[in-house]
Design a protein. Structure first.
Length: 68
């Protein structure tokens, strides 16, 4: 998304980027602090196809644990 000359990621894309960093071992996430309700499941599923399969597996785990 482009806004005032700055590119901003949609929240679903930003979440998947974070999952990618978790997969790569660069970052971590505390499941107790994650709220997926504001995210669009449809967008997550659409975007995750562009990531490695391991990110899709992580997303599936988070969706089932956090009941998105």
């Amino acid at each position: 998304m482009h806004q005032n000359g700055i590119y901003l990621a949609e929240k679903e894309k930003a979440f998947l980027d974070q999952l990618y960093f978790v997969y790569k071992g660069i970052a971590s996430m505390d499941r107790d602090e994650i709220n997926l309700k504001p995210l669009s499941r449809k967008k997550l599923i659409s975007y995750v196809r562009k990531y490695p399969k391991q990110v899709e597996k992580l997303l599936s785990q988070y969706i089932s644990i956090l009941k998105l």
